[in-house]
Design a protein around this ligand. Structure first.
Ligand SMILES: Nc1ncnc2c1ncn2[C@@H]1O[C@H](COP(=O)(O)OP(=O)(O)OP(=O)(O)O)[C@@H](O)[C@H]1O
Ligand SMILES: Nc1ncnc2c1ncn2[C@@H]1O[C@H](COP(=O)(O)OP(=O)(O)OP(=O)(O)O)[C@@H](O)[C@H]1O
Ligand SMILES: [Mg+2]
Ligand SMILES: [Mg+2]
Lengths: 225, 225
């Protein structure tokens, strides 16, 4: 479902080039449960943003469900981001002036999903924030903001879930709850890709992709008993 | 050096009260190395913000170096925050349009410290970001932003370092480097307080304060061999 070939992403800062992805070849099949690990600055978020259609490659190809993403219109891409992909951002990217409830509802306004208020309440309850429904992001703790970001990413029941360090700001007990949710989504057939620094989190997936300096240097395939 | 007595902090959201700190009694002596752990939303950042003079109590007392903080003027507080306390924020709070170098220099502009450019470069080099000096925060990875926040907190060589989840977005190798830095600062006589979800990080300190629902429920005193 996700096929990257010779994928390169280069940023320019003044007259310096930052080669964040240096030729990545990666195939993720439908329903896989994958984690991506690597040092700070190695290109994990950049890779996830490319997969999530939030940014475009400098060179190389990206086929999503057998369509070359570079050929898609902005409308197609917006639709894919809204319905096919649920993205949990490393810095959450919540709407500052909207409540928790509204933040989780917003993707469903775009997709025209019925009974969005009920769905939003269920998701917020699931991540343990039913007592914070009317708070705005600046009235939440760091881990609470992260949980809202997770709830929002799941609003349209997307086939592909991309989570950039979903447990970075959360204690282990809450983090386990989040990982249990992602594992359940995987078991229901969704494709789940998690960027993480946590070996425990990575160990819950079936495949660990290790990145260094914009290249894949190792892959581990995990058997769970 | 830090004395909180019956410290209470209550937020209001619409007509609901959120009791983030529910009567905290805490003394931290000069030169201690303390970590604060607890579930997401338990009040850790709120407590650190009170200690760091970024927010004021609803009731109770806070004496910093034997001065009641509630009696200090806004000028006194600004001076304390700039020179006595180095704060690493959970969400970094970098200046968006300023470069890495400028972000680290800014506290030294306020304090009038000489040769600030050299000091800033040293700190940036220490956290491994010498190749990112001219990037702005949005041109950095999550862990790189965190490292800039750490470098900036140390700019004025503060006696008290307050770090809110300093390794949350960083891989373990870089995280160990950051903790080694904090340990060195402790050994040099600084008072270091770290909020963390990471038992490994907490295990490097001498005292773990565990919080739940705005109250201290347990303290561990650690002996290192
Ligand atoms: N400005 C605010 N207005 C209203 N409620 C707030 C505000 N800031 C924090 N809260 C609430 O106070 C409680 C404590 O927040 P705090 O940020 O101290 O938690 P924390 O322990 O740092 O959590 P985390 O580990 O997720 O960072 C949370 O439940 C949060 O919803
Ligand atoms: N918009 C940008 N402009 C310039 N350079 C950038 C930009 N975004 C990221 N970079 C650089 O590209 C490299 C990869 O960044 P990326 O965010 O993918 O890293 P990461 O692996 O997610 O790191 P972390 O674990 O710290 O979140 C970093 O060194 C960063 O400085
Ligand atoms: Mg990242
Ligand atoms: Mg916090």
């Amino acid at each position: 479902v996700i096929e990257l070939e010779k994928a390169v992403k280069t940023y320019r800062v003044e007259d310096v080039e930052v080669r964040a992805m240096r030729g990545i070849n990666l195939t993720v099949e439908e329903g896989e449960y994958v984690s991506i690990m690597g040092p700070s600055g190695s290109g994990k978020s950049t890779l996830l943003n490319i997969i999530g259609c939030l940014d475009t490659l400098t060179s190389g190809t990206y086929r999503l469900d057998d369509e070359e993403v570079a050929n898609l219109s902005e409308n197609d891409l917006a639709r894919i981001r809204n319905r096919k992909i649920g993205f949990v951002f490393q810095s959450f990217n919540l709407i500052p002036r909207a409540t928790v409830l509204r933040n989780v509802e917003i993707p469903m306004i775009y997709s025209g999903k019925p009974n969005r208020r009920e769905v939003a309440k269920d998701l917020v309850r699931f991540v343990g924030l039913e007592k914070r429904l009317l708070h705005t992001p600046n009235q939440l703790s760091g881990g609470e903001q992260q949980r809202v970001a997770i709830a929002r990413a799941l609003a349209n029941d997307p086939a592909i879930i991309l989570a950039d360090e979903p447990t970075g700001s959360i204690d282990s007990a809450t983090g386990e709850k989040i990982m249990a949710l992602l594992t359940t989504l995987h078991e229901q057939g969704n494709t789940v890709i998690v960027v993480t620094h946590d070996e425990y989190v990575a160990g819950m997936t079936n495949r660990i992709i290790r990145i260094r300096d914009g290249k894949i240097i190792r892959e581990d395939w995990i058997v769970h008993f």
